[in-house]
Design a protein around this ligand. Structure first.
Ligand SMILES: Cc1ncc(COP(=O)(O)O)c(C=O)c1O
Length: 471
């Protein structure tokens, strides 16, 4: 027994555990409560660069989902990594009750970017992960609305898995075991046109969804509005302009403009969750910019550090977040605005300001989408193919091109992960895919925004290989 422990210690120092040994240790010592065991057996990766992530055997996997859109600017992005190295050698640690240059400059750039886009002055409040920033936004909203704790959110919406964030996330699955710690949102249908009743155009369906929502305010008997006081029971509507986990569902252009008019009529704030679609995933800094409305609060995370040290935050317009109403200590986390996060984030913001990401992402996204639509002609199980910028969706269906086929979607992603696809250069490799959607039958593609055209061509060739294998 002692000998075994010594061998383990030695191997640990030398980093020579085999993959089988590591998986055995994982099984024994790691909680299964995270999402690792969605895939069996779980995959161990070793190193990464650009659009590729490699296992210990150096097998390349072309990543088409970049850590749920946290690594928008490619693995090991030299410019962003260099900022981390500089910070590591300068001020890698500082308690969050003190200031450092990078935090202030980053907040200023984000606030100025939003002022330019939304015409409103605002402030930034940092935290560590996306869910924590959502929690902060809930506090801010409750505070600004004199303690109202009820929110609207969308069916298919995802805002995280902390307790407050789970309460406004549509899946009951994330709440089932834990009871209610906060008020569950009222979930409103999102204009998911591919699965809408037949006979309506995308715009007509968007209009229909808004009308259905506004019906709630027609009479006090519909449960949300007191016409005598002129007050709604609900404080805010939490939205993802393009649903992420919901399957990269893109609403019609008129939808948010019409929805915002209703919200303004009844004094309900608009909170936009840009945690997955922000930082040029859709070709704009924020995905809501495609839809012609201004949020009251905006939540961001993930790609702000290109997936390095976590950082997240909220932007809110001045009236909601000024120090009078949101005083010191309103929220706090030890690692909020940590310098190993603010430094790469600041470098990323500089990069966005210097380079034409909008033009580049829209062009590459259109190039990718055209090839996917071409692939769809040969594979009818690709029921719906759509995209905005580099947020692309492939909905996997039966031969009728409509009935959701989760089993086939699982099969496709498992095939992609085997690592034995023909990469075309004499090498074998794999594809990293992710599944989302209301029926867990959507391959949600979030490739690196820095992906080359040749890598897009390769992605399509590899997708074709897995479609051929399963058919
Ligand atoms: C739209 C959206 N909101 C919130 C979150 C939660 O962020 P985190 O996982 O960093 O807590 C996510 C994560 O996937 C997300 O996609």
């Amino acid at each position: 027994m002692q000998h075994k422990a010594q061998v383990t210690q030695y191997k640990k120092r030398e980093g020579v555990f085999s993959e089988t040994e590591l998986l055995e240790m994982e099984k024994e010592y790691c909680s299964f409560g995270d999402t690792v065991h969605y895939l069996e057996p779980p995959k161990i990766f070793d190193h990464c660069e650009g659009s590729f992530i490699y296992d210990a055997d150096n097998t390349p996997y072309l990543d088409l989902q970049m850590w749920n859109s946290a690594v928008n600017f490619g693995y090991a992005n030299p410019r962003i990594n260099a900022a981390v190295e500089r910070q590591l050698n300068k001020l890698p640690q500082v308690a969050s009750q003190y200031l450092h240059r990078e935090k202030i400059e980053l907040a200023a750039r984000l606030a100025q970017a939003n002022e330019k886009r939304f015409g409103k002055k605002g402030r930034i409040h940092f935290n560590v992960g996306g869910s924590q920033a959502v929690e902060d936004s809930l506090k801010l909203i409750r505070n600004a609305s004199n303690g109202k704790s009820l929110m609207f959110a969308f069916e298919g919406g995802y805002h995280g898995r902390t307790l407050g964030a789970s309460a406004i996330t549509s899946s009951y699955r994330y709440r089932r075991r834990y009871g209610h710690f906060g008020d569950r949102a009222q979930f409103i249908p999102f204009p998911y046109h591919f699965r809408s009743p037949k006979g309506m155009s995308k715009e007509e369906y968007g209009h229909h969804c808004v009308q259905q929502f506004e019906r709630l305010f027609e009479s006090e008997y519909n449960g949300v509005w007191d016409p005598k006081a002129g007050k709604a029971e609900y404080a805010a509507f939490y939205v993802e302009a393009i649903q992420g986990t919901g399957g990269y569902v893109i609403p019609p252009k008129n939808f948010f403009i019409e929805l915002k008019k209703v919200l303004d009529r009844y004094g309900i704030l608009l909170v936009v969750d840009e945690i997955q679609m922000g930082f040029y995933r859709t070709g704009k800094l924020w995905s809501i910019e495609h839809f012609g409305v201004q949020p009251d609060v905006l939540v961001f995370g993930k790609a702000i550090t290109n997936g390095l040290n976590p950082l997240s935050g909220i932007w809110a317009r001045e009236e909601l977040i000024n120090p009078e109403v949101f005083p010191p200590g309103s929220t706090h986390s030890t690692f909020a605005s940590n310098p190993m996060g603010t430094a790469p984030a600041l470098e990323m913001m500089k990069m966005l300001e210097e380079e034409d990401f909008e033009g580049m992402v829209m062009e590459k996204g259109a190039y990718f989408l055209a090839q996917l639509k071409d692939l769809q002609k040969r594979h009818p199980i690709m029921g719906d193919v759509d995209g905005l910028g580099m947020a692309l969706r492939v909905e996997i269906c039966g031969q009728d091109g409509f009935t959701p086929d989760k089993a086939m979607t699982d099969k496709l992603t498992e095939e992609a992960m085997k690592g034995d696809l023909d990469m075309g250069n004499g090498k074998r490799g794999g594809l990293v895919l992710d599944i989302g959607g209301y029926h867990k039958n959507v391959i949600t593609l979030a490739p690196a925004l820095t992906m080359t055209h040749a890598e897009i061509d390769l992605s399509v060739r590899l997708l074709e290989q897995i479609f051929k294998r399963v058919s």
